[in-house]
Design a protein around this ligand. Sequence first.
Ligand code: IVH
Length: 652
Amino acid sequence: MNNQEYEKAVKQLNLYSYHYYVLDDPITTDEIYDKLYHEVLAYESTHKEHILDSSPTQRVGDSISDGFTKAPHLSRMWSLEDVFNSEDLEKWLTKTYKLDKNISFYCEPKYDGASLNLIYEDGILTQGITRGDGEVGELITQNVKTIRSVPLTIEYKEKIEIRGEVVIFKDEFEKINQDRAKNGEAVFANPRNAAAGSLRQLDSRITASRNLVFLPYGVGENSLEHKLLSQKMAYIYSLGFKKPPLSATCSDAKEIQVIYDEMCANRDGYEMMLDGMVVKVDEISAQIDMGYTVKNPRFSVAYKFPAIEKITTVKDITLQVGRTGVVTPVALVEPTNIDGVVVERATLHNFDEIDRKDIRLNDKVIILRSGDVIPKIIKVLTHERNGSEAKYIRPTFCPVCKSELLDEGVLLKCQNLRCEARVINSIIYFASKSCLNIDGLGNKIVEALFSSGLVKSVVDLFSLTLDNLLVLEGFKEKKSQNLLSSIESAKGCEFWRFVNSLGIEHIGEVASKTLSSNFGSGFVDATKDEIVLCDGIGEEMAESVLEFVRVNKDTIALLQEILKPIEPQQRVEASENPFKDKTVVLTGSMSESRDAIKEILENLGAKVSGSVSKKTDFVIYGEDAGSKYDKAVSLGVECLSEQQMRSKIEQA
Ligand code: IVH
């Protein structure tokens, strides 16, 4: 790679990353990105003087600081006045129209995260500063550089402050908390705390691992000449920043209300948490004339959404036993209406969480509910205690089957495979969307089937008859027929669904697909070495498969007999050829899609694996082959170009 190629590669990488992180519309695969990234890295290691500020390698979180220094904002970071209903908004509008009659408004979401000020000089991100007290914040530039939606360089060369909110998407937040709960770490109360905490990590590797997202909402010091804020923002987005999921210019209260209603109604559907809509005067000259009160700009207001945090009381703590036997505590709270939904339960994650937060029965607590985020207790109001609160004592016996629980510290487990709760939940899981997708087998019905004695295990589902069902409460002819036919239609399912429905620990949908496509029904005979050869499957997962098969071989065979899942790509035995029974790895781009080449090789009896090891027989490389090729060379694995592969096939 020469310097010109290097610069081109950096541009290309930034384009890939812009599409992925800012536009949410990837234009390449991880593999191609990684390969180019490594070439760039290799070039930089020998040409330190050429490293570009815009290079994605400059984002790596590898710095550990022992504290943050303070840094002043170039212009003050203000906060917003809040209004909570349409009357208060009208009052704000009347007040604002008094200052200037000829105005319109720009509306955008109020993101619930941590505010951040980015300073660009000569097109380069030079400082990232937290809000602090509005005048002075903390310098966290290294951490900010790990956020992929923050451009390291922009095309605009004047000095500019770009302000926005750093957030964690809701699904990412759930993942982080699940991991933390599993590892016995304190869970974050809400995505806002998670974002703020992640941003202020001394170890920037932690920040980098949290998938933070930056959403710009304005500028501080700047010499942009746009007359309207909406134009300014459009320009900021065009510099490579992420756009809001919804924004609009409005000319009056009615139009503002329409956008507000739409945003509020869709609130749960957005990837990030919103706590309101911000209304800003669109005309910059009017903004300047209106100026500021001591705290807030007069030209802007936060029109808040109904609260999703409420105070309630913990009435009891019940225990849920999942299909794997893990016992999860759930708080029963005084029913509370949160944004239209009556909340009666809140997750407590695990028993450590109860101790850590010191949650007692009868405590007053703050609970949070937002869309698909499960309601949770985020704070105990200890100052409200009056002596009536009682400590919760960890259970030692399964609440359902009364067998002794295994106390693993963070997790408590019921080890009884026949425990009713475990069986019922396994059946529910078996029928769920990502398994056999059997319509009509929800919690209530499974419980009824189980307690009537008709279904003691998933196998029994398949011998149910119309007469069986008709005796159950609420089961008329039609409903019973429907259930029977949806159970029947699970037969002949895709093979991976069958694998997933077995509920093997650590094996989810993705791993089930991998196991199916690599082994089909042969997965029960696969060795650990063969299993770990599969892409994305590690030692622990492989061991879990082996253990499951060892214990449940008969049940697996029986279920397979009943379900007759379709073997993935059933093949006839291939005739002798150089690739038969060989392990082959593909890398680089080829004349046809990777899947097509894979198919050709698999039809010849080859096993196509994702990663190179000593056991690999051939690496077949296309253009721009990357680290897999290098690894093959270093392990002495035979490498063939696509052309060489094709000639070998023709000669056979
Ligand atoms: S404008 C001119 N717009 O809410 C005032 N703020 O109380 C500057 N926030 O500290 C803020 N989304 O961190 C503005 N679309 C948005 C926002 C937003 C979230 C945060 C921001 C600020 C606080 C205001």
